[in-house]
Design a protein around this ligand. Structure first.
Ligand code: CO8
Length: 257
């Protein structure tokens, strides 16, 4: 299997497993990812962690050999399919973390950018090198990168195809956290996910939705969305539990309800 979905304690772990091609995204892998995201959405994991097998790459992008000599209409449908799959990941009911070990190029970085969070090992290299192939990103990169790091930096990375090291990626906001050089990437990703996975999945979901929708609308509409979603959060049993626990000086017991 080129996409393996496993359970690691309270988390779903999705491993891209095509190390001989640096986990490049063939259309078969994209279809497997699509199904895997459906299974994650139906399951009870508290977060999804995505990692690449082989130690050398998270994912080196779309399968370039498979992209050659295609009809324009197939290429367009391919891009739209990839965008749909990555959008499904972005809209999962639980948060997701890309654990970037080694190369995250092209479609690989676009996959990571569709996750809620990104953590990077010290050997990570991140970039959108499509321009070097005479292409441009097609799985959401031109939309997600400027939202993460701003227009000027996004244009520079897309138009030069330059790869960035983890320190720069963290500085500009492309990754959330750098992993210690000696850390096991999966264990470190799990530790990062535990920083939020004990909170109510409902409030985590409302918070993500408010931030994500705010990026697409004028601020007065975004504030209305925030008022509505914060009121919804207030109506949950978990909010009652969280506030009672504070008043009673005890740890809250959230039930995702
Ligand atoms: N596609 C297919 N095969 C790949 C890819 C890839 N993206 N990346 C690596 N491989 C294969 C190599 O061909 C090689 O296979 P083989 O051993 O059979 O020759 C094997 O993986 C190992 O790769 P290298 O020997 O090249 O390893 P190096 O350590 O020398 O170099 C690099 C590693 C720098 C990562 C190099 O492999 C590389 O530059 N890869 C391509 C990176 C790239 O350009 N990615 C962007 C692809 S385009 C894209 O993602 C567009 C997305 C939107 C498209 C929308 C379409 C529908």
């Amino acid at each position: 299997m080129t996409v393996e979905l496993e359970r690691h304690d309270e988390f779903a772990v999705l491993r891209l497993n095509r190390p001989e091609a640096l986990n490049a995204l063939s259309f078969d892998i994209l279809r497997d990812l699509d199904q895997a995201f459906d299974r994650v959405a139906e399951g009870d994991a508290r977060a999804l962690l995505i990692i690449g097998a082989g130690g050398k790459a998270f994912c080196a992008g779309a399968d370039i050999k498979e992209l050659m000599n295609r009809k324009l209409i197939d290429q367009k449908r391919g891009a739209e399919f990839g965008q749909r799959v990555f959008q499904k990941l972005a809209m999962l009911p639980i948060p997701s973390v890309a654990i970037i070990n080694g190369y995250a190029f092209g479609g690989g970085l676009e996959l990571a950018m569709a996750c809620t969070f990104r953590v990077a090992a010290s050997d990570a290299r991140l970039g959108l090198p499509e321009i070097k192939l005479g292409l441009i990103p097609g799985y959401g990169g031109t939309q997600r990168l400027p939202r993460l790091i701003g227009e000027a930096r996004a244009l520079e990375l897309i138009m030069t195809g330059r790869a960035v090291r983890p320190e720069e990626a963290e500085r500009v906001g492309l990754v959330n956290r750098l992993l210690e050089p000696e850390a096991d990437p999966l264990q470190a990703g799990v530790a990062f996910a535990r920083e939020f996975s004990g909170f109510s999945l409902l409030s985590l979901g409302f918070a993500r939705e408010a931030v994500q929708r705010a990026l697409d609308v004028p601020v007065h509409d975004g504030l209305r969305i925030e008022a509505d979603l914060s009121t919804l959060a207030y109506q949950t049993s978990d909010a009652a539990e969280g506030m009672s626990a504070f008043a009673e000086k005890r740890k809250p017991d959230f039930k995702d309800a």
